[in-house]
Write a protein that binds this ligand. Structure first.
Ligand SMILES: NC(=O)c1ccc[n+]([C@@H]2O[C@H](COP(=O)([O-])OP(=O)(O)OC[C@H]3O[C@@H](n4cnc5c(N)ncnc54)[C@H](O)[C@@H]3O)[C@@H](O)[C@H]2O)c1
Length: 271
């Protein structure tokens, strides 16, 4: 599929990785739909793209919201070719709601567990369910999971479980949608300086005395240096470039695949 004039919908694309993915598709001439929870960030990202773009407020964990968003996409662009399930919440606390902090299984309440699964797994299910019946055959779905879904991170049991389920769902959907030639693939990002890591490193600074003299950014850089064989953080464009490849004709025989974009982090410690 040539990406020019095709239509991609990216959830949670008001900022961070989703905004980077939007930029990579825009460069290819793909028409871009950005959904997120916050109108201001959606408008700013949509306006920054050098392509035909539209922004819509929609909770990716709600089939109803996503169904309405897709109605508007079909009305404006006539169809939908690519869905990127990017919306997710990895940080300890999120502005749009009080989000349960994870610091080990025993710290999690029933509500905290449900929230993590809602924002990191139901998002994927609800958006896919709303989009698939309306997508054109021959399209592509890309799920953004995490390296935390491939191996254990003791501080993030619910997030890790949700992302592991996203990986599983990728393979299930790839089989289910193969007769329609819709390919379904997954990307596991490593360490990116987005809002989630700003919050996480600020919390590490609060909790660990030996980090008190470092800024959150310096803490992140230290984590990257300690854990990344290739020696650098990943960028939203690193993730976007793979999303573009997965959606292109060059990947026409690739489906159900899980690729880490992590500078080799998972090679260390046998993860
Ligand atoms: N940053 C990292 O190091 C990292 C690593 C691995 C995986 N990831 C994954 O990448 C994805 C993007 O993360 P990010 O780092 O860009 O985070 P971010 O917090 O910077 O951006 C996430 C965006 O998603 C939106 N969002 C959250 N829940 C939503 C919902 N239910 N409906 C619509 N929008 C929603 C937020 O408003 C925000 O704009 C997430 O799935 C995350 O788990 C991030």
């Amino acid at each position: 599929m040539s990406l020019k004039d095709k239509v991609v919908l990216i959830t949670g694309a008001g900022r961070g990785i989703g905004a980077g993915i939007a930029k990579c598709f825009a460069v290819k001439g793909t028409r871009v739909v950005i959904t997120d929870l916050d109108q201001e960030s959606i408008d700013a990202t949509a306006a920054s793209l050098d392509t035909d773009a539209m922004g819509l407020v929609a909770d990716a964990s709600s089939q109803q919201d996503m169904g309405k968003a897709i109605d508007q996409v079909i009305e404006r662009f006539g169809g939908l070719d690519i869905l990127v399930n990017n919306a997710g919440v990895g940080g300890p606390k999120i502005e749009f709601q009080e989000f349960a902090a994870e610091s080990g299984l025993l710290s999690i309440t029933d509500e905290g567990w449900d929230e993590q699964l809602r924002y990191n797994l139901r998002t994927n299910f609800a958006s896919s369910n709303a989009a698939i019946p309306r997508m054109r055959d021959g399209g592509s779905i890309i799920n953004i999971a995490s390296i935390a879904g491939l191996g254990p991170t003791p501080q993030l049991p619910a997030y890790g479980a949700a992302k592991a389920a996203v990986i599983h769902l990728t393979k299930t959907l790839a089989l289910e949608l193969a007769p329609r030639k819709i390919r379904v693939n997954c990307i596991c990002p490593g360490l990116l300086w987005t809002r989630a890591w700003e919050l996480l490193s600020a919390r590490m600074k609060e909790q660990q005395k030996e980090l008190a003299n470092l800024s959150p950014r310096q803490i992140f850089e230290m984590v990257v240096a300690q854990s990344t064989p290739l020696g650098g953080e990943q960028t939203p464009e690193d993730i976007g470039n793979l999303a573009v490849f997965y959606s292109s004709d060059d990947a026409r025989m690739i489906t159900g695949q899980i690729v880490s974009v992590d500078g080799g982090i998972r090679l260390k410690g046998g993860r």
